[in-house]
Write a protein that binds this ligand. Structure first.
Ligand SMILES: [Zn+2]
Length: 211
């Protein structure tokens, strides 16, 4: 499986594009501002059609590029119901966004929850609910690839902020211990901001949530 990551938008949000060599479809995880502009050349060059957009959570910086993508390609979207309000009314977060930014709502076609399975290019991605940064943060775990897309739950050496509406440190710490630190040690964590890390590394060294 091929993967390209892009760090985009005013707060440097990661998004991840997956495809298969010789394949015809691609899957995108998160859609920051400018996502379409950045992924389109890859889709074109590789002869791919974007088939899915998975959203780790409903914060504006992870979905500002989603409506443009929906205009360009008829993709279905996935997200957790606990962030329904954020997907529908992203402007409620405008106090935390950049001034003057227009925040478009995004329709979610498929609501996912703890234990669900989402297919990514023929592989089964397990959905784990990791609330605390916001109510509806999920991770997508690709067992075969030893990889988990974790949104803003945990970062290399840090954790998601818990001071935004719907955030709660105790909830996040519990979710990280129960749903991230229980993944195999060697699993690579791909967060919504900053570099990748591993389960083992964060369990051993994360200063906010000990393993
Ligand atoms: Zn966030």
């Amino acid at each position: 499986m091929k993967i390209a990551s892009f760090e985009l938008g005013p707060v440097a949000t990661n998004c991840f594009l997956f495809w298969e060599e010789e394949g015809e479809e691609a899957v995108l995880v998160d859609a920051p501002q400018g996502a379409w502009r950045n992924i389109e050349p890859v889709l074109e060059q590789e002869g791919l059609k974007l088939s899915k957009l998975l959203l780790t959570h409903g914060h504006w910086d992870h979905m500002m590029g989603a409506s443009r993508i929906k205009e360009e390609q008829n993709v279905d979207t996935w997200g957790h119901e606990a962030d329904r309000k954020l997907f529908a009314e992203p402007a409620i977060m405008s106090a935390f966004a950049m001034p003057g930014m227009s925040l478009n709502p995004i329709g979610i076609d498929h609501w996912v929850g703890e234990g669900d399975v989402v297919e990514i290019l023929g592989r089964q991605a397990e959905v784990r609910h990791v609330p605390g940064h916001c109510p509806g943060n999920v991770l997508f775990y690709l067992e075969e690839e030893k990889m988990a897309l974790v949104g803003d739950a945990i970062f290399a050496g840090s954790i998601g902020r818990t001071d935004l509406p719907g955030g709660d440190f105790e909830v996040l710490a519990k979710a990280i211990r129960e749903r991230i630190y229980t993944l195999p040690d060697e699993v690579v964590l791909l967060p919504g901001h900053g570099p990748s890390t591993t389960v083992a590394h964060e369990k051993a060294t994360n200063p906010y949530v000990s393993g």
